[in-house]
Write a protein that binds this ligand. Structure first.
Ligand SMILES: NC(=O)c1ccc[n+]([C@@H]2O[C@H](COP(=O)([O-])OP(=O)(O)OC[C@H]3O[C@@H](n4cnc5c(N)ncnc54)[C@H](O)[C@@H]3O)[C@@H](O)[C@H]2O)c1
Length: 363
């Protein structure tokens, strides 16, 4: 049986509950400690989820019994916390995005390489039953040679529900950095790495009004584009488009659709772990819902895979390199509107598909 690795959580906000809930179900890591710059938050999460200790960030980084730092801070703090974890000799797994710019992301990966440590990064939804089923069907050639794909994430922002939504409108936020990782990671998992991208971007509403509690009535100045459209060329030759927006009230375009020489596939929402996967082959009059061939899994499966990869000394699937490839694409779609040029991307390996027949939470 695999040794249990001890995980220390830094950042005990909104998303931490998903990881803390998953931890008792997995077989290869424990949450041993949690920390936050807001100490009462860390104490409250420790009490709610039976985490053995709440401590300061410094104490957690200095603790000998912590093997992996799970970085659930806000995007602007991701690279700093990752570098500090790696400097303290710990592997680290970060919520998305890897960093808010490629220079910081590169620094994290270089430090990990120098210190012979692992960097993993969300999203891990591509390890869910829906997208793994889509991948298996694509790899089996069900819709033939892939011609192109489209991805669309459109909504009107997060200020109506998130308790502290300002970071979504600051540099490193916006719909591309917030939601692009789900869509781009899913597409790289399905179609392989991208070769080059270009984008157009705008701010449609320079100010946002928070209507969620506890900050209802507070205004946020928008510092980053909130409607971004991109063109993606994959190394396979497939052509993709992506639109991410916090400026759209209603839309009826697909989340992700893939077009092949023999038919088309509707991919499930990449911000979920489940289906449906729908296929319509040439000559067919209806879309067919395909049975899911993998367990659904949930947020945390990427960290399970990283703990297994460390134990087995093999590449991890939700890797820092994959997240860096996606980060470079997102940054380029925000930068190329200024130059009008395409940006060539650093490449990444397509993550290995999950084997068939595994139970939930196994990789
Ligand atoms: N909320 C969601 O539904 C959701 C879903 C998926 C991914 N994410 C990602 O998870 C991350 C966290 O999002 P959230 O919604 O939980 O945000 P949040 O603001 O609710 O929580 C972030 C926590 O990190 C703490 N923090 C910030 N900087 C820190 C630092 N330097 N050191 C220690 N603690 C620090 C804050 O005090 C806060 O408690 C983001 O990267 C986000 O993209 C969020």
């Amino acid at each position: 049986m695999q040794r249990m690795l001890n995980v220390g959580v830094i950042g005990c906000g909104n998303i931490s509950a998903a990881y803390l809930k998953a931890a008792p179900k997995v077989g290869n890591f424990n949450i041993a400690a949690c920390a936050d710059i807001d100490a009462p938050r860390a104490r409250a999460k420790a009490a709610e989820f039976n985490v053995p200790r709440a401590c300061t960030v410094e104490e957690l980084l200095a603790a000998d019994d912590i093997h992996i730092v799970l970085n659930l801070t806000v995007p602007g703090a991701h690279a700093d916390i990752a570098r500090r974890a790696l400097a303290a000799g710990k592997h680290t797994y970060c919520e998305k995005p890897l960093a808010v710019n490629t220079a910081d992301g590169q620094g994290v990966l270089e430090l990990a390489r120098r210190n012979n440590l692992c960097v993993g990064c969300a999203p891990d939804t591509f390890l869910g039953g829906g997208i793994q089923t889509a991948r298996k069907l694509l790899d089996a050639g069900l819709i033939g040679q892939v011609v192109g794909a489209t991805a669309n994430m459109m909504c009107h922002g997060h200020e109506s529900w998130h308790p502290d939504p300002a970071f979504y409108y600051q540099s490193g936020g916006g719909p591309m950095f917030d939601m692009g990782p789900y869509y781009l990671t899913a597409m790289v998992n399905l179609l392989g790495p991208m070769r080059r991208v270009a984008g157009l971007a705008r701010v449609s509403f320079p100010e946002r009004l928070i209507t969620s509690e506890p900050k209802s009535g507070t205004r946020i100045a928008v510092e980053t584009p909130t409607h971004i459209a991109g063109l993606l060329e994959f190394a396979s030759g497939a052509i993709g488009t992506i639109t991410t927006s916090f400026d759209v009230w209603h839309a009826s375009v697909p989340r992700i659709e893939i077009y092949g020489s023999e038919g088309s596939m509707r991919v499930p929402d990449p911000n979920t772990f489940s289906g449906p996967v729908e296929v319509r082959l040439r000559g067919e009059t209806q879309w067919k819902t395909m049975p899911l061939e993998f367990p659904e899994n949930a947020r945390g499966i990427g960290l399970v895979d990283m703990a297994a990869a460390i134990a087995e000394n093999r590449p991890l699937r939700a890797s820092g390199e994959l997240a860096f490839h996606v980060l470079a694409a997102m940054e380029a779609m925000l930068e190329t509107p200024k130059s009008g040029a395409y940006a060539e991307l650093p490449t990444a390996n397509r993550p290995t598909a999950l084997p068939a027949g595994l139970p939930e939470w196994q990789v």
